[in-house]
Design a protein around this ligand. Structure first.
Ligand code: CA
Length: 241
């Protein structure tokens, strides 16, 4: 990990932004603050941060719109995003994850939770144990160059999907429960629900395009990467384990 990770805080409420900035700085992070989408875009143009803390409810463009745009943009697509949200229900949290966020924090949150989640997301992003190149059934992943290809065609994956795929590839044909995936891929999963795993598996399947059906749902057990998919991708996606 870099010495002082840079966190961009996009939050229109100064008291919350200040609270976050003070706590992050005390814990070895650099922070910049943007109070709306226009100033956030300016900050990103000046320097790509290591992580973005993004409020959902902003004046003008919402955090959801920004997350989608940043995830699609080459400059920002690999920057982890944690959504800050007052919205508590699961549909909204899933919408945030679907928009490309790597995690979310519901307001009000404790500074302990904030730091735990920021560190967990950065750990996932930072390849501490880089690992070996691995290839299964036409799908290849190279941790040193952060590249994934299927039948030689490059694929674009977010940081969490990359780590999830790396784990699946290194343990191909084995079935993993959601709890095991949280433990191995997310590591610090104190605050993460098992539903989050489903969201990221769905995103991984979509990102893998033609290879998406290599990730099988094993009913009642979890997920498995297999080189010999037995069912079409549509029925795999509909199946709940
Ligand atoms: Ca707000």
């Amino acid at each position: 990990m870099k010495n002082m990770p840079a966190v961009l805080v996009v939050e229109d409420e100064p008291s919350i932004a200040e609270l976050i900035a003070v706590n992050l700085r005390h814990n070895g992070f650099r922070t910049t603050w943007a109070l709306d989408s226009a100033s956030a875009e300016r900050e990103i143009l000046a320097a790509v941060p290591d992580l973005i803390l993004l409020d959902w409810m902003l004046p003008g463009e919402s955090g959801l719109v920004l997350a989608k745009r940043w995830r699609a943009h080459p400059r920002t697509k690999e920057v982890p995003i944690i959504m800050l949200t007052a919205r508590g229900d699961e549909a909204d949290r899933v919408a945030g994850l679907d928009a490309g966020a790597d995690d979310y924090i519901a307001k009000p949150f404790s500074t302990r939770e904030l730091l735990a989640r920021v560190r967990a997301v950065l750990r996932r992003k930072t390849p501490e144990q880089v690992g070996e190149k691995v290839a299964v059934g036409g799908l290849a992943l190279d941790p040193s160059t952060y590249r994934v290809t299927f039948e030689e065609q490059p694929l674009k994956l977010g940081p969490t999907e990359f780590k999830l795929l790396q784990f699946f590839l290194n343990a191909a044909e084995r079935v993993h429960s959601r709890a095991q995936l949280l433990d191995k891929v997310w590591g610090d999963h104190v605050y993460i629900e098992e539903r989050t795993v489903d969201v990221h598996v769905k995103r991984l399947r979509e990102a893998l395009c033609g290879a998406g059906n290599m990730i099988e749902t094993v009913r009642g057990a979890g997920y498995r990467l297999t080189a010999k998919p037995l069912v079409p991708v549509t029925s795999v996606e509909k199946t709940g384990a």
